[in-house]
Design a protein around this ligand. Sequence first.
Ligand code: BG6
Length: 511
Amino acid sequence: MEKPENQILVIFGASGDLTKRKLLPSLFGLHLRGLLPDKFRILGAARTEMSAEEYRKLRRDDIVRYDKPSEEDAKRLDSFMELVDYIHFNTDDSKQYKTLADKIKQLQDECGIDDNVLFYLSMPPGIFDYVTESLKESGLNKSKNGFRRIVIEKPFGTDLESAKKLSRELGSIFRENEIYRIDHYLGKETVQNILVLRFANGIFEPLWNRNYIDSIEICAYETLGIENRGAYYESSGALRDMVQNHLMHLMAFIAMECPPNFDAESLRNEIVKVFKSLKPLSSDEIKKHVFRGQYGEGVVDGQKVAAYVGEKNVAPDSHTETFVAMKFFIDNWRWNGVPFYFYTGKRMAEKKSEVTINFKTPPQRLFPGMCDGPSCNKLTLRIQPDESIALKFGMKTPGAGFDVTQVAMDFKYSSLSEVRLPDAYERLLLDAMSGDSTLYARSDALEASWKFVTPIMERWKKDGKKGLQIYAAGSQGTKEAVDMMMEHSAAFCPLPVRTLRYMPEKKEGEK
Ligand code: BG6
């Protein structure tokens, strides 16, 4: 794998949680694998007044705490920290951008780095436009003989109108190919593998359409609550936080046509086509098929936990949703009539993100014990944790008669013991440093996905608290959602599923 060109990575929000938990540990991961540019500096910019030395010390401790490197890897922490510098920087003070420009120039001269700068905005969306505007005013958005790129974190707007506005503003400062809108789900190995599973194998694609598929479920459940993010979450809710971006992208990878080439433009053209084919939900359909819930008190992992309205920075009468379940359709040749389901929630019984493809049942029930309904044959792509792929089917129960038993062939990533699954941010940072935007969201896709979810938000806004159900923390979500799952879902197939390993396990001493 080629290393990215020499460059400086400027992280705004360098004292924030994302930088501590994800960005610096991921960059350290790239350092360990020798994938950072030969000449490279990370310049952290944040409000806290401290020296570069103090900053390095704090972040070094964070990497040890969050990344837990092995003893061997930890030996390379010092050489990694030498790449890190710091500038005390107040984003809303326009004068300080000149100081930032001088600091970048100083690092470039010291290290012999061309005028290549990647900005990473790890900060609340409310100040995006001020920062980008100030970058423009100080000339930092233009390079003399290299490149400028900017990575921005979601949310990219709060509805269709604000997303369009943000796109227009950003578009007047950076070119589209310089803008990297991150959706960390696309950085997950198991999500990228959806494309390989579909387009590098001949066996699935012929079945991958309305003729053979009954329904598709996509879920992302978390046991965590909102942690300390009450202020953000109150203005977001599960629909904006998870559905509009992560679940929509997962769905696009499942539903898209095979791109003519594997490059950023071709792949992203296919994503947009899927989003544009989504059947708009009428107000009546929203009422019938889109459910929202909010967690009440309950028990998660054996611990009693507070209700959402008892969390810090959450209004006691809040009607923000922490759970969404919805059914929708894609109006195109391949998927016409196939229901897609999204399920996502916080404080659920278990943490899992998964895609389930439910195939149609055989036309005749020849044998006793055949599973009823579409749960008969299903392909489950476990995104996380316990990353795996399982195909469930019926086999003859050994012995007399022709009873059917449900079994599964499965592949577990953990069986590839020599392979380490890199963190999503590791892959995405490397791509942005290399100028590869394949796994980043394009503005037209974002607008198309906002166009689909905005009517839901508007309807809920009108309804206020009406229709918001409370579910117990540690449960399967709201009753309506569980009923919807039960209608079709494989998850509730009453038959036991046995596991048939894809390879016999070796006995001790066997070669
Ligand atoms: C983030 C959301 O984008 O994704 C969080 O803002 C959520 O609320 C997180 O917890 C889930 O990511 P993952 O990778 O743990 O599924």
